[in-house]
Ligand binder design. Structure first.
Ligand SMILES: C[S@@+](CC[C@H](N)C(=O)[O-])C[C@H]1O[C@@H](n2cnc3c(N)ncnc32)[C@H](O)[C@@H]1O
Length: 259
């Protein structure tokens, strides 16, 4: 059960527009959250531009209403599958995919600069859309998280940003979710995880969404026990003075390979 005053009602209470405006309107995101977005985009760029992380099919888990996880990643794979639990987030993604609309323009601009790419935001997002094959419903608490909704059952690369801690209230649930996610990755496949440390809640509009409190060691031991070799685990310790948006004490990007 979620702590008093918090919720886990993603289907009913997660407001995609508020989330995009508040956290993803610029590369600085919400100033109360430090440089979380810049840090994760820099790490994603580095990991994918190393040339070691490539494959045919990539699944992004818990994509939310944003496509920042695939700005660089989509250049290194043939097919991209986006996924989320909440229908309203999937709708934002489908509206973007099936139209000329752009999303997260400022973040895309920043990533293009980091890549030293001469593409415009529209050109890059058009290329990203060209790689997307589906926007899938997913529930990482289920042993078959994609249900029967996907023809592809195992992927070469999985990315996930700020989702797994949000989909669990206990460490046991986190470990089960991690094992469920691991089942979607091929042996030898790459898993790139962006998350926060020691967070118990974060804000979306008037709602405080509950999360499981996790240390770096909790996350490392979870993924080692799920059969991963952790290649890289970069952490920034950060404690906000202003706890209006969340109570995390750091953020990380992990790159692991399923063995
Ligand atoms: C904090 S948002 C992260 C969104 C985006 N990936 C980002 O980095 O900004 C958490 C996301 O996890 C999704 N989520 C919550 N419970 C889930 C579950 N059981 N299975 C899959 N996704 C879930 C929510 O719908 C939401 O989009």
């Amino acid at each position: 059960m979620a702590a008093r005053g918090t919720t886990t009602d993603y289907a009913g209470l997660f407001d995609p527009e508020w989330y995009l405006q508040t956290y993803l309107n610029s590369i600085s995101g919400q100033p109360a959250e430090g440089d979380l977005m810049q840090f994760s985009m820099d790490r994603y760029c580095k990991i994918f531009q190393s040339g070691e992380v490539k494959g045919r099919q990539l699944l992004d888990i818990g994509t939310g209403p944003s496509v920042h996880s695939i700005i660089t990643a989509s250049r290194h794979v043939d097919d991209v599958y986006l996924s989320d639990f909440a229908a309203q987030n999937r709708k934002v993604l489908i509206d973007w995919w099936k139209s000329d609309k752009t999303l997260i323009e400022k973040i895309t601009e920043y990533v293009l600069k980091q890549e030293t790419s001469s593409e415009t935001v529209v050109e890059r997002q058009t290329a990203m859309k060209g790689k997307v094959r589906a926007v899938l419903p997913i529930d990482v608490t289920m042993s078959i998280p994609l249900g029967s909704g996907s023809d592809v059952t195992q992927f070469d690369i999985i990315t996930s940003s700020l989702c797994l801690e949000a989909a669990a209230l206990t460490i046991d649930q986190y470990r089960t979710n991690a094992a469920n996610v691991a089942s979607l990755l091929k042996v030898g496949g790459h898993f790139i995880l962006n998350g926060v440390l020691e967070q118990t809640w974060y804000r979306v509009g008037e709602s405080k969404f509950a999360c499981v409190w996790l240390s770096k060691e909790d996350i490392e031991s979870t993924f080692v026990s799920c059969g991963f070799d952790i290649k890289q685990f970069d952490v920034v310790k950060f404690k906000s003075e202003d706890e209006a948006y969340s109570d995390f004490h750091g953020y990380f990007v992990m790159h692991a390979i399923k063995i």
